[in-house]
Design a protein around this ligand. Structure first.
Ligand SMILES: *Cc1c(COP(=O)(O)O)cnc(C)c1O
Length: 502
């Protein structure tokens, strides 16, 4: 029974609060807390492993009966909030992650309130997504009539781009008949050995098999060898394969290298292949007048995939695919079942406009995040932050080159710097073990989070700089720590006479 004597089962259920004012004060407090949390992020460890109390708290049984939102919020503050990935922190440079922005924080709150379903429909969210797609095309110097879609991230964006390529360039009706190698030959895609792991998964999911991604070796600067690619395409054709797509890299994941995109565009043109670019982070170097030369030729792509949650500094999940030919894009995914009929008026004007550019039907309003970020900061200011990241990465590279006990690995031409602690008397195997230990100690100390890569066979500490909160002296602090930990470990390695420590 409830207080007014009505049996609980007979009351109507709503998930809205009875007391809106107490929700209001909690919500204001939460927003204040989050603003303080971000403002003071530098004072906390970059990363820490969740406590055992928090692990226990987060493995509780299903709450059949709920609690007060204010209590749930306290649990969040105690057990969830203190243990983020750490990419919001100024000394996080692991993998390739963005730190988010305050405009994005607000945008996510506002979009959540509107909770729009953005498969299409006559609504502001549709206009906003179209608006940002044309802004993004302009930023990358693609034609303003290019099509595009916001997606969860680079993996999905790349997948969509290569799917359009498959459906456009194989001369077969794959949407109806599926992949039929006996009829049209084994379909193949070409890219460098430095291409991100999405490529193999994509070929797998497209029904081509992982081996359909044909890997071409790279030069000293980790750029794809164009002649080798041309030769492989030719010999594959002789074998009866059906090449349909070249993948260019604008910023490889391990070392930040960028292929010669103009040369790849020429090759794609002369071989009549689709030219797709994985510009997950590197594409946005276009916004820096000083460094845009690195990605020259990007504007010639048939499709480009990139992330705004990396070098666009926006919150997760914000990936983008742009496709030069809007009709090809639509033909690859068009979807119009009778229950989603298009009307000339009412709300259901093109209800599948965006659903026909990808595989999601129900879609959220991530476009608001992009719109608010671009409208607030402007593409010039984002470009300056990107330029600053590259300048600072180059500063880090120079500092490493000046230290006898540090060794630069890989080209470090853009915003990714790979290096290791180095001593002449240690073997490569010992150096691998030692640098692995440096990495773990650095992360566990809470001082900084770089990640790792294998560069020319060596284990490397890897700084991928897409962080708008970093100051230049943050790199000094980290190099000092690497040297201190390295010296200590090298000494103990020496004492153990060449045996690796446990
Ligand atoms: C991060 C990354 C991807 C994958 O993007 P997600 O957003 O993580 O799905 C693809 N390629 C490169 C070069 C990347 O850095």
């Amino acid at each position: 029974m409830t207080a007014d004597g009505i049996p609980e089962v007979m009351q109507r259920t709503s998930l809205d609060p009875e007391d809106w004012d107490s929700f209001r004060s909690l919500a204001h407090r939460a927003l204040d807390d989050m603003i303080d949390y971000l403002r003071t992020v530098r004072d906390r460890p970059v990363w820490q492993s969740p406590s055992s109390a928090s692990r226990t708290a987060l493995s509780s049984p299903l709450p059949r009966r709920g609690s007060e939102l204010s209590e749930v919020y306290e649990t969040f503050k105690e057990h969830i909030l203190p243990y983020p990935t750490g990419n919001i922190h100024p000394r996080f440079w692991g993998w390739v992650m963005g730190g988010g922005t305050l405009a994005g924080l607000l945008a996510d709150l506002l979009a959540s309130a509107m909770n729009c379903h953005v498969s299409g429909y006559d609504q502001s969210a549709t206009l906003v997504e179209k608006q940002v797609i044309s802004w993004l095309a302009e930023m990358l110097e693609l034609p303003s009539h290019a099509s595009g879609l916001l997606v969860s991230g680079g993996t999905v964006a790349n997948f969509l781009g290569v799917t359009v390529a498959r459906n456009t360039r194989t001369g077969a009706d794959i949407r109806s008949n599926g992949v039929q190698p006996k009829l049209h030959g084994q379909l193949t895609v070409y890219g460098s050995t430095a291409t991100h792991g999405w490529a193999g998964r994509c070929c797998d999911l497209l029904g081509l098999g992982e081996r359909a991604f044909r890997r071409v070796s790279v030069d000293k600067r980790h750029r794809v060898q164009i002649n080798e690619m041309r030769e492989l395409i030719r010999s594959d054709r002789e074998r009866g394969y059906k090449p349909f797509c070249i993948v260019g890299n604008a910023g490889t994941v391990a070392t930040g290298a960028t292929d010669d995109l103009n040369a790849l565009a020429d090759l794609a043109q002369s071989e009549n292949l689709w030219f797709h670019i994985d510009g997950a982070f590197g594409a946005l170097a276009k916004l820096s007048p000083k460094y845009c030369f690195i990605v020259a030729g990007l504007e010639r792509a048939d499709s480009v995939a990139f992330d705004l949650h990396k070098w666009g500094y926006m919150q997760y999940e914000t990936g983008v695919v742009l496709v030069r030919n809007a009709q090809s894009h639509k033909d690859a995914f068009s979807f119009a079942p009778s229950y989603l009929e298009t009307f000339r008026g009412g709300i259901a004007v093109e209800p599948t406009e965006f659903a026909s550019r990808g595989i999601q039907l129900s879609r959220g309003f991530r476009a608001l995040r992009v719109w608010m970020n671009l409208a607030t900061y402007g593409s010039d200011r984002i470009g300056r932050a990107i330029e600053q990241n590259i300048d600072d990465a180059q500063y880090l590279r120079e500092r490493i080159e000046q230290e006898g006990a540090l060794q630069l690995l890989g080209p470090a031409e853009m915003n990714v710097v790979c290096f290791r602690y180095w001593r002449a008397e240690l073997t490569d195997f010992q150096l691998d073990e030692l640098n692995r230990e440096i990495l773990v100690r650095l992360q566990e100390s809470g001082l900084a989070v770089p990640s790792n890569a294998r560069v020319s066979g060596c284990f490397a500490l890897r700084v991928a700089h897409t962080n708008h909160r970093t100051r230049r002296d943050d790199f000094d602090v980290v190099l000092k720590a690497v040297l201190a930990i390295g010296n200590e470990l090298a000494e103990s390695t020496g004492q153990k006479e060449g045996t690796a420590w446990a």
